[in-house]
Design a protein around this ligand. Structure first.
Ligand code: ATP
Ligand code: MG
Length: 573
């Protein structure tokens, strides 16, 4: 039987919600403190959840491996003991550069148990983005694998004075000098560890932003964030205890930590962890064979599935699916319709940022979806649309007016600083409001609609044009796989709209198709908003986390400096 949605009465939940009460959703720790790892693991240990599968690990090849909550807690305890034996102190940084294997999860939770500050790094990063993040965050310990160490760290890590220890997880043929193989070291450690009771404001996680608009920033989060992870996992992802849940985001990004490690475990679900990268056939097989109920993925993955076509999906039994959600980029209405037609369920878009630490705006299971809308604020979150003024901001109360999306601070998972960039952090606030840097509008029913990043918005002949709106229309054309839209300077209009488009297999980038796409855009958007030019591209530049980098399209088009490209997909392998 399908469980009923977790937020049956949105208005009532919003009216009665307080973050202070929300804290009591998670049992207090002995001593009254808080620890993300306690909320994720320890609290389950004297309940039946202890024997439930916490992680179902799908190795690249071979059979699935089940790890219970008890086993995961013991493994994390051994890890915490190992870190303690190496002299790690609360507040010290632990970076993890590793593929998705159970050891990564034990390392993350073991670090948190001890009070260390955990930073995940995407394992496909090249040496340079890793080096710059180590320089900014000054970790004491780096957890990685032998292969990644030799390929990406060995050449320069000895020059980083903060790093005292390199721990190698997975198989180690021969630990290079200055590194320690974790497997034998863990065996010598006790499976018991008294999780440290932390102050709610104690630092817990350091996450780097995706670098879509420039150099990535290090956003610091605290232990109390877990209250928001837990509640948003429940409300916005509809996580019920015992659900089979698959988050396709890599823990190298904030989504893969907040909703790929923390929220699933605090909510007592079984987390599917796939070691392999995207492959349409494999993904449908996982959904079918693992009987996934809740699936959290991203527009870039959905677009890739759409590109492959619906036939593959139809060959699989996807009847276990109950709730589909998407985050990271605007979700074009076309993708919502496609979900409905092909998977039998719509995708529920939700919006948040590295800085917000957790989902802020969502299409909840209990409410009707408006395709193209990000949804409504999570209970406990006050969101507004504002205009910047000389003295701060002015809230826009009228519906359907475009302005900057702002959020009333604080909430538990709000970032507490950009590392070493205090002034930049302060600039993100106007009084009690956090300024997101994204533009949106709110309709009369309180649904929020993403317009674009403030930097990406196009001003043409007096119109404010959001790239998302234009891209969504281009995506309606059956030949279009991806679209990125920018403004290019124009003497008369100020800017005109130019579109970059990649095509689905079987379509030729010729003049007839260009005219057809331009025609569709003109018909749907009108001549003032439709692109003047469409250029075909094999693929569009995107960050490794899958976001289209419009700033790079613009820089390349206009011959401007490209800025930081260390997170560009398709760089170092
Ligand atoms: P940087 O801040 O370094 O430029 P980034 O903003 O891409 O990188 P993230 O924190 O990973 O780094 O991404 C958050 C941003 O992603 C949001 O501010 C928004 O622009 C975009 N985003 C996330 N979810 C959605 C969504 N559902 N709809 C539209 N945009 C989204
Ligand atoms: Mg950002």
């Amino acid at each position: 039987m399908r469980p009923s949605p977790t937020l049956p009465d949105y208005a009532a939940a919003c009216a009665s919600f307080s973050w202070r009460d929300a804290r009591t959703w998670l049992p207090a720790m002995p001593g009254g403190g808080i620890n993300i790892a306690h909320a994720a693991l320890d609290r389950h240990l004297d309940t039946p959840t202890a024997e439930q599968t916490a992680i179902r690990f799908l190795p690249r090849d071979g059979a699935a491996v089940d790890i219970s909550y008890r086993e995961l807690a013991e493994r994390a305890n051994r890890f915490a003991n190992l870190l303690a034996s190496l002299g790690l102190e609360p507040g010290d940084g632990v970076y993890c550069l590793a593929h998705r294997t159970p050891d990564l999860y034990a390392a993350a939770l073991g670090t948190l148990k001890l009070g260390g500050v955990f930073t995940p790094l995407f394992s496909a990063f090249g040496p340079e983005p890793i080096r710059s993040r180590v320089e900014i965050g000054t970790p004491v310990v780096i957890v990685t694998t032998e292969r990644l160490y030799r390929r990406k760290l060995a050449g320069w890590l000895h020059r980083m004075p903060s790093v005292k220890q390199v721990l190698l997880i997975g198989e180690v043929a021969e630990a290079p000098p200055g590194t320690l193989a974790v497997e034998p070291a863990l065996a010598a450690q006790s499976p018991d560890y008294p999780t440290r009771s932390m102050e709610p404001e104690a630092p817990a996680l350091l996450h780097f932003t995706s670098g879509t608009t420039g150099r990535p920033k290090g956003a610091l989060h605290v232990h109390e964030a877990v209250v928001a992870h837990h509640i948003t996992g429940y409300y916005a992802l509809d996580l019920h205890p015992g659900d089979i849940y698959w988050c396709t985001a890599d823990p190298g990004w904030v989504t893969g930590t907040s909703y790929g490690i923390i929220a699933p475990f605090t909510n007592g679900v079984t987390l599917v962890v796939d070691e392999e990268e995207f492959d349409a056939e494999r993904w449908y097989r996982i959904l079918e064979e693992q009987r996934v109920a809740v699936w959290y993925t991203a527009p870039t993955a959905i677009r890739m599935l759409m590109k492959v076509g619906p036939e593959l999906a139809r060959r699989h039994d996807l009847s276990s699916l109950r709730f589909l959600a998407s985050v990271g980029e605007p979700l074009n209405p076309e993708a919502v319709h496609w979900g409905r037609a092909t998977l039998g369920l719509p995708f529920h878009d939700n919006w948040w940022q590295t800085e917000t630490g957790g989902i802020m705006i969502a299409n909840f299971a209990s409410m009707p979806i408006k395709p193209g809308s990000m949804g409504r604020p999570v209970p406990g979150i006050e969101a507004g649309v504002a205009r910047r003024t000389d003295s701060g901001i002015e809230l826009i109360e009228d519906p359907d007016e475009t302005g900057e999306l702002v959020l009333k601070a604080p909430w538990p998972s709000m970032f507490r600083g950009y590392l070493h960039e205090e002034a930049r952090y302060r600039q993100c606030f106007a009084g009690a409001w956090y300024l997101t840097g994204d533009l949106a509008r709110r309709d009369a029913e309180g649904y929020f609609w993403f317009i674009g990043r403030a930097d990406d918005v196009i001003k043409s002949a007096g119109h404010l044009i959001g790239p998302f709106e234009v891209e969504s229309v281009l995506m309606e054309h059956p030949a279009v796989a991806e679209a990125g839209v920018i403004g290019i300077p124009d003497e008369i209009a100020g800017e005109t709209v130019k579109a970059f488009v990649s095509l689905k297999p079987g379509h030729a980038p010729d003049e007839a198709l260009r005219r057809e796409i331009l025609g569709l855009a003109r018909q749907r958007l009108g001549p003032a908003v439709a692109p003047r030019q469409v250029e075909f591209r094999e693929r569009l530049p995107s960050t490794r986390s899958g976001k289209i980098m419009r700033r790079l399209l613009r820089a390349r088009e206009l011959g401007l400096p490209e800025g930081d490209t260390s997170t560009l997909e398709g760089g170092f392998e």
